[in-house]
Design a protein around this ligand. Structure first.
Ligand code: ADP
Ligand code: MG
Length: 346
């Protein structure tokens, strides 16, 4: 890096002021943002407030060797907003807390906050507070997102009923395959420092990993189509475990059809190259941040044929458990780890 300003030069208050000074406040519900002992947020009549937090730890959730700080800032906000959308709510405020070591310069944190700001602008959320402290080792980021929705609009994981249809937005497995490409290039770099990473041709899956988007458009689309999901969850850990969460919380079972799981051609291509079954990437991979939800059978006509959605299964009773109907017509029990271990038996 060309310019390096040490964090000690600003002190904690100077640093917070510097990093947060260009964040505009857009929401009427934000009464008081950064600068007081606490933020003040108004909850409109008839609405519920939803609150969600995610913590990201260097070396556990991200690797700064191949994650640009600006992307990290953007993604940290997105993963929180995704949880708000999964409640069928609209995010409105975030707080950002970080523990940072003196390994980071002011310029590095400016990059991080540039990413956070970009996400705030794109998703129209206000930065209303946070906390800043030092770390002896890596970077830790904790973001909390607040969102609101009319009380009757809120969707939980608990409302799926027998014969509801299981629907997913977008396509799955891409973020996981993007991570495989980044990990491969990291190994190449470690064994031959100075080697240029070969990332050409992987744009789609790399973007899925490094710059995911939360599906605000899907929440808006469902609303405009007059579809109220009976349950919903965002796909952060992989399709298999998210289906099991809905099943657990709703006390139901589920039949999932392998052939219906949407996987992009770029993901299939990369999976082939890495000798990974692309269904496994979709089921176990995670970090796709698509929305998985159930709808009443009577809502099927409204959504049928819409390219944003894939109907991938249906809800059964609890005793049946969660099952995968494979392309070959076999039936295997789904587990939170996916189904790999079971495939041998088909
Ligand atoms: P306190 O000592 O009362 O916790 P702080 O000095 O931690 O106050 O924070 C001062 C103000 O700056 C508060 O409004 C707080 O929410 C905000 N803030 C602190 N750290 C951050 C950060 N990393 N990003 C955004 N806002 C922050
Ligand atoms: Mg504080």
């Amino acid at each position: 890096m060309d310019n390096r300003t040490e964090l000690e030069q600003l002190g904690e208050f100077g640093l917070i002021k510097h990093l947060t000074q260009y964040f505009p406040i857009e929401h009427k519900t934000t009464i008081k943002a950064v600068g007081d002992d606490a933020a003040i947020v108004e909850i409109p009549e008839g609405e519920h407030l939803v609150i969600t937090t995610d913590m990201l730890v260097e070396g556990v959730h991200f690797d700064l060797m191949y994650t640009p700080l600006k992307h990290l800032g953007y993604k940290s906000v997105v993963v929180n907003l995704s949880d708000v959308f999964a409640m069928n709510a609209i995010p409105s405020q975030i707080t950002v807390s970080m523990a940072v070591s003196n390994r980071f310069s002011l310029e590095a944190l400016e990059e991080l906050y540039a990413g956070i700001k970009k996400a705030c602008e794109f998703y129209k959320v206000d930065l209303v507070g946070g906390d800043t402290t030092s770390s002896k080792s890596g970077l830790v980021l904790s973001i909390t997102a607040l969102g609101m929705a009319a009380k009757e609009k809120i969707v939980t994981r608990a409302g799926a009923r027998e014969s509801d249809l299981l629907v997913v937005s977008g396509d799955l497995g891409g973020a996981y395959m993007g991570l495989q490409v980044l990990e491969r290039e990291k190994e190449v770099f470690k064994s031959a420092p100075g080697a240029q990473p070969d990332l050409s041709g992987y744009d789609y899956i790399l973007e899925r990993q490094l710059k995911p988007e939360a599906r605000k458009d899907i929440v808006e689309l469902l609303s405009s189509m007059n579809i109220q999901p009976t349950s919903m969850i965002d796909i952060s850990d992989g399709l298999a475990s998210e289906i099991m969460h809905i099943a657990d919380q709703s006390f139901v079972g589920c039949d999932l059809y392998e052939e219906k799981i949407p996987v992009a051609p770029e993901t299939i291509q990369a999976a082939k190259e890495f000798n990974i079954d692309h269904t496994t990437a979709a089921l176990n991979g995670g970090e796709d941040y698509e929305l998985l939800f159930t709808i009443k059978p009577s809502d099927y006509e409204k959504l049928k044929g819409n390219p944003s959605f894939s109907v991938i299964g249906h809800i059964t009773n609890e005793a049946q458990g969660c099952r995968l109907v494979t392309r070959g017509g076999g039936i295997v029990a789904l587990s939170a780890q996916g189904w790999d271990a079971l495939r041998a038996g088909i």
